[in-house]
Write a protein that binds this ligand. Structure first.
Ligand SMILES: *Cc1c(COP(=O)(O)O)cnc(C)c1O
Length: 466
């Protein structure tokens, strides 16, 4: 066949629309989406027929390709995945998982009208700030509070309100970068504050701050070194020293606490992570943190502190640009309410529950998962349980090894890299780790019913592999 003859074999989209397979696709997916998939599949065949003299058109293969394309086009981009990594606050996988009650509250206000800015008692306009402010004050001991879009926004708002056109003093040991685009010097510049660096990378003394104070100092900023530690010959100035200095000079002390810890994590054998309440008790005038790290709520930036400062933040034009939506507010309010009884918080808030589950319980869950895998896979894979280490993630508790356990799977027929890829590309996607040529599943970050899904997905991934 010459080129022209080969190309003439190609069907028109209209011809394909009479094909039963295509009609089934149109039943299942939006028609425009199926048409796009068919056009793409035809284009692929046209290119093949043009480039390869021996190519023979095959309609079944074109329809297969079109079906695959339709399925991919119909798949939501933002969708659930199973986190088997043992990294609890996994930033790429959406950080904290909301509690069931928080999730239900989000659905309720999203699917209906709400009291977002409406005061039911008076029938008049209300403020969206009221939903979380009292709770935040109660849980941290602060006088006032405001929540914004995320902690980066919180720091930006605080610096803009307290130090635009003024100086902001910060230790050289705290000029951190967190998660790529949050860098203290950049946020400083964008907020309009002039950064005044004091001390050195490893040591900063109170006298360094003292010497830097001027008429034009707007704030002294302290940044919690969330995702790294400086060890050895080091000195940082604590709030115990910084607060009296600020008070003597009328300069507010602002601490970016980062992780949003509201309880004492030492009770679960973890290293001390200063809580927001501890910073307030130590006299910080303003403290910021994330809502979706160790706090275990939705993405949000929380600012707690003195009434006159919070009032300035609320009145700042940027506050409107950074404000929270009703769904986030609903999730944050319910999450904070859960903390009223810390015991309930540790059982209901998934991030806290995952943090505090004892290793023995994780081992037992790993054993049960391994047994379930063996029951279905037989000897298609080598499966065992081993102790391993989980991580808090999200730049929190960076030095903490959380004793955990994992199920290790090794298939004779499929490499670990290939098995991990198959699990990741399936629906739902299962995200697992690879170590020493084996695929690892840590039950610590699994949610109820995830285990059964993992077993099904493993069977599907290894099906016909031998
Ligand atoms: C995580 C973190 C941030 C950024 O918070 P986001 O909520 O991700 O915007 C800022 N400062 C510190 C100390 C952090 O740990």
């Amino acid at each position: 066949m010459n080129r022209q003859e080969r190309l003439r074999q190609l069907p028109k989209v209209d011809d394909l629309l009479r094909n039963p397979t295509v009609l089934e696709l149109i039943d299942e997916y939006p028609r425009p989406l199926v048409l796009d998939a068919l056009r793409e599949a035809i284009d692929v065949w046209r290119a093949r027929l043009l480039s390869d003299e021996d190519a023979v058109y095959d309609e079944a293969s074109l329809l297969d390709d079109a079906q695959r394309r339709a399925v991919l086009k119909a798949q939501r981009s933002l969708r659930r995945v199973i986190n088997a990594t043992g990294i609890i606050v996994h930033t790429n996988l959406g950080r904290s998982v909301l509690s069931e009650r928080a999730t239900a509250a989000v659905a309720e206000v999203a699917g209906g009208y709400s009291t977002l800015e409406y005061d039911v008692a008076s029938g008049e306009r209300g403020s969206r700030h009221v939903h979380c402010e009292e709770l935040l004050c109660k849980l941290t001991g602060a006088e006032a509070a405001i929540a914004v879009n995320n902690n980066a926004a919180a720091v930006m708002l605080a610096l803009a309100a307290l130090a635009r056109g003024k100086e902001a003093i910060v230790s050289r040991g705290q000029l951190v970068e967190i998660g790529g685009s949050f860098r203290i010097p950049d946020i400083m510049r964008e907020s309009g504050a002039t950064m005044v660096e004091v001390g050195t990378t490893n040591k900063t003394h109170l006298k360094d701050y003292e010497a830097a104070l001027t008429e034009n100092t707007g704030v002294m900023l302290k940044v919690h070194s969330s995702n790294f530690r400086v060890v050895g010959f080091t000195k940082e100035v604590g709030l115990d020293e910084l607060v009296p200095l600020g008070a003597a000079h009328g300069v507010p002390v602002f601490e970016d606490q980062g992780s949003g810890v509201l309880v004492d994590v030492r009770q679960w054998g973890l290293p001390h992570e200063p809580s927001v309440g501890e910073s307030i008790a130590a006299g910080a005038d303003l403290v910021s943190c994330s809502g979706d790290k160790l706090l275990g709520g939705p993405q949000a930036g929380i600012l707690v502190g003195r009434t006159h400062i919070i009032r300035r933040l609320k009145a700042h034009p940027m506050a409107r640009a950074l404000r929270l939506d009703k769904m986030t507010l609903a999730a944050l309010e319910v999450t904070l309410r859960t903390y009223i009884d810390p015991e309930i918080a540790t059982t209901e808030i998934p991030t806290l529950r995952m943090l505090c589950t004892p290793q023995a319980e994780i081992r037992a869950r790993a054993k049960a998962l391994a047994d379930a895998i063996v029951a279905r896979l037989g000897d298609a894979a080598a499966v065992d349980v081993a102790d391993d280490v989980a991580r808090a993630g999200g730049g929190a508790l960076p030095m903490a090894d959380i004793p955990s356990a994992v199920v290790r799977v090794e298939s004779g027929a499929v490499s670990a890299v290939e098995l991990e890829r198959k699990l990741r590309l399936g629906e739902p996607s299962v995200v697992a780790r690879i170590k020493d040529g084996r695929v690892l599943f840590d039950p610590r970050t699994l949610l109820p019913a995830d285990e059964a899904t993992i077993v099904d997905r493993l069977v599907a991934a290894l099906d016909g592999a031998e």
